[in-house]
Design a binder for this molecule. Structure first.
Ligand code: PEP
Length: 251
């Protein structure tokens, strides 16, 4: 049985005081981490304060990106070691906004995934097709290619510990959601792809989230699918009541 993981991606929202208040308000109400992993994925400037606030609770904290190197002349970047040092446990890599707006490539995502493992951070690796690619029937091949490139040269044991977030770009922040059946079909495809290059054990263990306009009203249907093991949620994770409803749905 794969444990569900619900991650709220705040993107570039909230000031640190607001973020601290959010964690204060939800931290005693999130379900036990034995039942579901509940993660807040916050801006870099907030991470230290949020880790401190969430200490000793079932709420985990994640970053939205990082650099692959440990240190050096990379102005404006944050390293995996820095994240680990302050107690961050998860890192989102290759979000479509980073690919589209900041030149993230499959190769840089792969380097970062390796760096995450080196520093014991759990990588949440985002993949997904555009509207045009789906219309041209390329969705499966695009996603397959992204998965293979992102996880290149990992051991089968490492692959087991990756979280893959399938996020069709056309469903992110648009209010358009993939049907649960379509989302599940892609997640099944991803699991088969993992099976082909990392074996059945890794394929059965790897967790695959769906992301794209998930909200309390549709999360149960998504999480009820055979190959969907959680959700990566943007907009609906910003309010305490909907965040709590989402993580509760994962139990
Ligand atoms: C996301 O940011 O990863 C996302 C899925 O956003 P939203 O839930 O707002 O579509």
């Amino acid at each position: 049985m794969r444990k569900k993981v619900i991650a709220g991606n705040w993107k570039m929202n909230k000031l640190v005081g607001e973020a601290e208040q959010f964690v204060e308000d939800v931290k005693e109400s999130v379900p036990s981490s034995e039942k579901v992993e509940s993660v807040v994925v916050a801006p870099f400037t907030h991470l230290h304060a949020l880790v401190e606030k969430a200490k000793g609770t079932d709420l985990k904290i994640g970053a939205q990106n990082m650099h692959a190197e440990e240190s050096g002349a990379f102005t404006g970047e944050v390293s995996p070691e820095m994240l680990k040092d302050i107690g961050v446990e998860y890192v989102v890599l290759g979000h479509s906004e980073r690919r589209e707006l900041f030149g993230e490539t499959d190769e840089s995502v792969n380097q970062k995934v390796h760096a995450a493992f080196k520093h014991n951070l759990v990588p949440i690796v985002c993949v997904g097709e555009s509207d045009e690619q789906r219309e041209n029937n390329q969705a499966e091949t695009i996603v397959e290619d992204q998965v293979k490139k992102a996880l290149k040269d990992l051991t089968n044991e490492q692959v087991q510990d990756v979280i893959i977030a399938y996020e069709p770009i056309w469903a992110i922040g648009t209010g358009k959601t993939a049907t649960a059946e379509d989302a599940n079909a892609m997640c099944t495809h991803i699991r088969n792809v993992v099976k082909a290059f990392a074996g059945d054990e890794a394929a059965q263990a790897v967790r695959i989230q769906y992301g794209g306009s998930v909200k309390p009203a549709n999360v149960d249907e998504m999480l009820g699918q055979s190959d969907i093991d959680g959700a990566l949620v943007g907009g609906a994770s910003l309010k305490t009541d909907s965040f709590l409803a989402l993580v509760e749905a994962g139990t």
